[in-house]
Write a protein that binds this ligand. Structure first.
Ligand SMILES: NC(=O)c1ccc[n+]([C@@H]2O[C@H](COP(=O)([O-])OP(=O)(O)OC[C@H]3O[C@@H](n4cnc5c(N)ncnc54)[C@H](O)[C@@H]3O)[C@@H](O)[C@H]2O)c1
Length: 275
């Protein structure tokens, strides 16, 4: 990809194919909508196949190009199938969005090591396998062979610590450095593949609500309202982000407009981490 001359064209995704994991969730669904809106064809995958199907069906009903499949990101055989389906259905793979994630909360003293391992399996091994199989398909000798952009969903909680979130903090911090490792290796091996992480802050979403519910259940906050108000007070822009704010960042990192951006961390948080 040469230097950007035509900015309108550089932000388009026409002719590109994306695979999005966790597509049935709040952010995943919006990311699929954004990628299709910018011109990409999207394979929406989720362990919750009904969720992925609903997202894909809605996109196709609106005239987009989308397919769906059941896909557990912890299962390597299912990764091989998912990439193969993207290539056979849409003719290649250019954009990999490792978005699926889980956020159980517990005080460290009560941490269940099996639950900790489960979080690392979904949140770290999942994206690692996604990077591996995207790389194998995207590199010059791969089945797609035209390079691409890998986007890994971390969090502001992959940049700083939070009470009762040891498993999640550890996993999202790992995703941050996984992305830099993949970026360096892909660039040095001349694969024409970029890799970046996105770090959402407080987002108006089911996962955001679950986070506050768990803080109340653990006795950290007296009520949902108090918990939400406490976190919003730490957001300089004074409001929670929307899933579309994250999806817009995905479109930028997926597009040729970001052709010189790799190994970076895109923080989308209304200034939360800046203060
Ligand atoms: N919502 C937020 O406030 C927020 C903030 C920061 C980071 N994030 C991150 O953004 C990503 C998406 O979050 P969301 O808000 O859409 O959450 P969500 O819970 O709405 O969606 C997550 C999706 O991942 C899927 N999933 C879970 N385990 C899976 C597995 N093993 N294989 C495949 N799919 C699996 C779920 O079925 C679900 O559809 C996550 O990685 C999350 O950690 C979210």
């Amino acid at each position: 990809m040469g230097e950007v001359k035509d900015y309108k064209a550089a932000f388009q995704l026409h002719g590109k194919v994306a695979l999005v994991t966790g597509a049935g969730g709040n952010l995943g669904a919006e990311i699929c909508r954004a990628l299709v809106s910018a011109g990409a064809a999207v394979l929406a995958t989720d362990v919750n196949d009904e969720g992925a199907k609903a997202v894909s069906d809605a996109l196709n009903a609106a005239g987009g190009h989308s397919a769906w499949m059941k896909h557990d990101v912890t299962n390597e055989l299912e990764w091989e199938s998912a990439v193969a389906v993207a290539v056979s259905t849409f003719g290649g793979i250019d954009i990999m969005v490792n978005n699926a994630g889980i956020v159980p909360m517990n005080f460290l003293a009560d941490l269940d090591i099996d639950e900790f391992r489960r979080v690392q399996d979904v949140n770290v091994a999942g994206p690692t396998l996604g990077c591996k199989h995207a790389l194998r398909a995207m590199r010059p000798d791969g089945v797609s062979g035209r390079g691409g952009s890998i986007i890994n969903m971390s969090s502001v909680m992959g940049l700083s610590g939070t009470i009762a979130l040891a498993s999640y903090n550890a996993s999202k911090g790992a995703v941050r450095l996984l992305s830099k490792s993949v970026a360096a290796e892909c660039a040095l091996l001349k694969t024409n593949i970029r890799c970046n992480s996105i770090h959402p802050g407080i987002i108006d979403s089911d996962m955001g609500s679950l986070f506050h519910e768990q803080l109340v259940a653990l006795g950290v906050a007296p009520s949902m309202e108090a918990s939400e108000a406490g976190f919003l007070a730490a957001v300089p822009m004074g409001e929670a982000g929307q899933p579309s704010d994250i999806a817009a960042g995905v479109v930028y990192l997926a597009s040729d407009a970001s052709r010189y951006v790799t190994g970076s961390e895109l923080v989308i948080d209304g200034g939360f981490y800046a203060t």
